[in-house]
Design a protein around this ligand. Structure first.
Ligand code: MN
Length: 419
């Protein structure tokens, strides 16, 4: 039976006064959360998320349990920020790994929201398991910018999914484990400062997980320590499978995995990351396939499945059309952004980031923010842009009527015309 040993280290870094990251180590579930938000918000958000997951670790037994845990953590962060005005706007990333024991044997489920990362060190090679949910990483995956451009992109730190505002899709990955494997969870304070090559070297040399975690944090500080740094290292043994034989080639470029269509279910094979991202319940057939169960399919059942398939394809086509036929306005960090799609997506159709506007949450009335966090649906991109323009005018007008409120916006009479 698989045995895990974990170690962690967390440090404010050399620039920030407080540490807004939180880490979690339990027997089966491990997590790094990177909080953000002024005042005490960031610390509170990441700690609240980790506290919820600590409880969820006692009941979660599979990937669905991890997703439920993260959604409950999201609910808790939202509840706290609504309850305590000084915490409004706080949020946190989550990257979690959980050992799952089922008919597949023991394997590791990784889940992430935001830009905190999971890496898998196996057979002497390192690969990034999770996909960053950041503007630059999404543009890179969409093929719109190069890796070099992504590394210097002005919005590389703007994350596109975060706990604390509205619903989101949790990305899931499934890892086959071998003796000697190491799993690394980290906040961007590590991955921004320490290259994959250096991380791989440390994981190949460090005696135990605590020493590896401490060494990685030390190197992040030595390279600048611009942000809070948090690391969890998990050592894998007693899997019943010897060390992975084939060393993975070490990637030369920053590893940002190519995007896998979310609906694709891959049968987990040794050393391969299967993308198990699913919205809602995993289908019966998909689950059997994932568990490696075979079933003879006769011609008649084949025809029946084919007919069902055509109906499903038709229904999915409608859902796709419905999903793509609207836009919505919401907030990301402090900017107003326009997405194509429906808030939270439908099935596995994700909203696509359409525009990051130069309007910030300070340019609109505070009373509009809760609605914006949930997402305001508009029929077209032009309508979404017009809605944002109206919000700005409304705010400007309010500033004129109530001049005691401080503002940095120049207000001209023209901006009042629509308010
Ligand atoms: Mn960070």
């Amino acid at each position: 039976m698989t045995v895990l040993r974990a170690g962690s280290a967390t440090d404010p870094g050399r620039v920030r006064a407080v540490n807004q990251d939180s880490v979690l180590i339990t027997d089966s579930l491990f997590c790094v959360a990177d909080g953000m938000g002024g005042h005490a918000g960031g610390e509170v958000a990441s700690k609240a998320a980790v506290d919820v997951l600590r409880t969820e670790a006692l009941i979660a037994t599979d990937a669905d349990g991890v997703v439920v845990g993260i959604k409950r953590a999201n609910d808790e962060v939202i509840r706290r920020s609504l309850e305590e005005p000084e915490l409004a706007g706080m949020g946190t990333t989550v990257v979690a790994a959980m050992l799952v024991r089922d008919a597949l044997g023991d394997h590791m489920v990784v889940a992430n929201v935001g830009d905190s990362r999971a890496y898998h060190y196996q057979g002497g090679g390192l690969r990034q398991v999770s996909n960053d949910h950041s503007v630059s990483a999404e543009l890179l995956r969409a093929g719109e910018i190069t890796a070099e451009e992504a590394a210097h992109h002005v919005q590389r730190h703007v994350i596109t999914r975060v706990l604390g505002f509205s619903d989101f899709e949790v990305d899931l990955f499934d890892l086959e484990l071998f003796d000697g494997d190491r799993i690394l969870l980290c906040s961007d304070g590590l991955s921004n400062e320490v290259s994959d090559e250096e991380i791989s070297m440390v994981l190949g040399q460090a005696e135990d997980p605590s020493a590896a975690a401490a060494d990685l944090v030390r190197r992040a500080n030595a390279n600048g320590g611009q942000d809070n740094i948090s690391v969890v290292v998990i050592d894998v043994s007693e899997t019943g499978r010897g060390p992975a034989a084939v060393p993975e080639p070490l990637p030369s470029a920053p590893v940002v995995a190519t995007q896998v269509p979310a609906a694709k279910v891959v049968v987990a094979r040794p050393t391969e990351i299967a993308d198990l991202t699913q919205k809602g319940d995993e289908g019966w057939l998909a689950r059997r396939r994932r568990l490696g169960m075979r079933r003879a399919i006769t011609l008649r059942t084949g025809l029946l499945l084919g007919a069902i398939g055509l109906v499903v394809i038709g229904a999915l086509g409608f859902v796709w059309w419905y999903e793509q036929s609207s836009y919505y306005v919401t907030t990301s960090e402090n900017s107003l952004v326009i997405f194509e799609g429906r808030p939270g997506g439908l099935l596995w159709f994700h909203p696509q980031l359409s525009e990051i506007t130069n309007t910030t949450t300070k340019d609109v009335l505070a009373m509009r923010i809760p609605q914006l966090r949930l997402g305001v649906i508009e029929p077209s991109k032009q309508a979404a842009q017009a809605y944002i323009a109206n919000l700005r005018q409304e705010h400007s007008a309010a500033q004129l009527l109530n001049p005691t409120t401080t503002t940095s916006l120049p207000v001209t009479p023209a901006t009042m015309s629509g308010g």
